[in-house]
Design a protein around this ligand. Sequence first.
Ligand code: NAD
Length: 438
Amino acid sequence: MKYIHSLINGELIKTDKSITRENPASLEKIYEVSMCSEKEVDLACNSAQKAFKVWSKLPGSERGEILFNISRRIKDKSETLSKINTNETGKPLKESMLVELKGVVKTFEYYAGLASKINGTSQTINENLLSVTIKEAIGVVGQILPWNFPLLLAAWKIAPALASGCTIVLKPSELTPSGTLELAKICEDAGVPPGVINIVQGSGEVVGSSIVKHEIISKISFTGSTKVGKQIVKNSSENLTKLSLELGGKSPSIVYPDVNEDWTVDGIIGAMRFTRQSQSCTAGSRLFLHKKIFESFVSKLSEKLDKLIIGNPLDDNTDIGTIINNKQFTKVCDYISDGLNNKNTEVICGGMPPKDGPLSEGYFTVPTIFRNKSNEWRLAKEEIFGPVLVAIPWDDEEEVIRMANQSHYGLAAYVWTRDITRGINAAHAIESGWVQVN
Ligand code: NAD
């Protein structure tokens, strides 16, 4: 079986421990993954610290050239990388190609241009005093990734770090180790010196927390669940390591009665990320639909969802692939079963995954919508990370904004209206990191 190594100081490393990863669509065992210990994390941190002395001294324009080179090489290998990505995530090939790989190439291009434009500022305080701000690379950064966008999120972390002269110790999710390793190898082939990017495969408990606690690490960039984010805050406190955390969501989507329903139905399918089995932090999973259009809207939505093709992710025609693994699949099924057994709610479409036929063989679930009266329900509060949408009717604007804000999360939100003033006012009133006014 294929072996997925770690990469430390430019060398592919095999470890004593390993785990097996399966393809979530075919359930075929696809590779053994290296599982590092504290020892490898220490080696990786030291190698990144040594490489920092060279990489951070390189002129930004030279780092930029290497980044352009990386983006070109990734573009050339897009098809291969997309297949690797689809095999380990279960997302449709067209999603891997058109969303993820395209985004990866653009990210490296963008930071390639930025590498030579990292400027400080100066301020004349008085005739004898000039204050100068110089931007310096922070040092070795620890980067910890989830599994839902292994390549795009790796690019969002690696490219800016490389552009600014930082060196990297990166831990991919243990569920998606392969694509990220390939990306790192491409970076080295494109001219990134050994030791600048170190990939340490392994579990969150061992490898993740060792990176967070390591004294060489100057900054942690983490994307993942809120629960793990909180552990990282605690574990980083000893060294007061700087943190960037991008965590979970339970995002509201508010639909006003003036919308063009057909157009907005497509928008809601996109915002809920149904084609990625809704395994997205920004999935608009609480749908507040105005009472006037509720019935016609949900009927059009169910009809459209029914037409999407669920199946083999490698097939060009497939719209929806699989859930990432058995644990996540079981969790999603548990929420669906809870919804089906709740007397106060009604299932509009979908339900439990098929028990027979080809879809019963992999971790396939079907888009499911429940109608509920309010937010006060487990399915409307917790991040499911699966295709379960809760639709809630509303007719009072103040009340719907209150419900939208009634959440522990605040990552993303969507407003759908043809009245731009109303849309912008709603965006101001919703407490969220970003709000899309559509
Ligand atoms: P997760 O938090 O379980 O794991 C994320 C990473 O953290 C993995 O590599 C894991 O091994 C590691 N980890 C686990 N325990 C750790 C610890 N104690 N110390 C350090 N690292 C540890 O998340 P997941 O299940 O891989 O991904 C899904 C989550 O990611 C969802 O909550 C989703 O909303 C979130 N996410 C957020 C964004 C965003 O931009 N806000 C983007 C994508 C995913």
